[in-house]
Design a protein around this ligand. Structure first.
Ligand code: SF4
Ligand code: SF4
Length: 201
């Protein structure tokens, strides 16, 4: 359910995203791409077959996507594939401005790409002293845990808590526990831990 919630927000609220691929020189390239459509299987966007971006999508079949609005951000990283002209008319119906960019039958030069499998993250700093982070998956894949985690050997000294900018470490338990939904991934806790039991994944 949360995946659908974030994909819907990405398309209907954020809409314009930055999409990264690798250029021919092997370095990252980004461009702004509107996310046109979403469903429970992923999100859909367009590009023209003449663009270098099109060649990169076909060849690499993988993108990183980021969008931000009102101090909140949604990112995706994962697999894409062309579905040809499937959903093209639906996309033009839901995004009428496209009819002015590609009038009449000129839309035939466009191809629809489907982001169908990968990891996503929502990150919200609209309340700066209480950031919110949530991971989600798109398609048939497992969620890869990332961030900082406390392992065995914690002595409960609370030094990590003392330097944590978000105070998102529960020090009432041992080992202490990092609340992943409010962690900045800054790494200060891991740096100061005298037992070096805080691991970055
Ligand atoms: S990584 Fe930073 S924000 Fe997260 S628990 Fe450690 S000190 Fe706190
Ligand atoms: S600094 Fe390390 S040993 Fe001390 S409470 Fe935090 S995790 Fe445990």
């Amino acid at each position: 359910m949360k995946t659908e919630y974030y994909l819907k927000r990405l398309v209907e609220e954020f809409h314009s995203t930055t999409v990264a691929t690798l250029g021919q020189d092997g370095h990252p390239q980004t461009r702004v791409i509107d996310m046109m459509l979403w469903d429970e299987k992923g999100v859909y966007f367009l590009t023209a077959k003449g663009k270098a971006f099109y060649d990169q999508l076909v060849e690499q079949a993988f993108v990183a996507v980021s969008a931000t609005k009102d101090k909140a951000a949604i990112s995706l990283r994962g697999k894409v594939r062309s579905i040809g002209s499937e959903k093209l008319d639906e996309i033009f119906e839901k995004n009428p401005y496209m009819q002015k960019i590609y009038p009449g039958d000129t839309r035939a030069v466009l191809e629809v790409f489907w982001f169908y499998e990968g990891q996503g993250e929502y990150f919200d700093i609209s309340d700066p002293s209480h950031v919110v982070r949530e991971a989600f998956v798109v398609g048939d894949t497992a969620l890869a845990a990332s961030g900082y985690f406390v392992g065995q050997g914690c002595i409960g000294c609370k030094l990590c808590y003392s330097v944590c900018p978000q105070k998102c470490i529960d020090i009432s338990v041992r080992p202490v526990k990092i609340d992943q939904s409010h962690c900045l991934h800054c790494g200060r806790c891991a740096e100061i831990c005298p037992k070096q039991v805080i691991i970055k994944r």
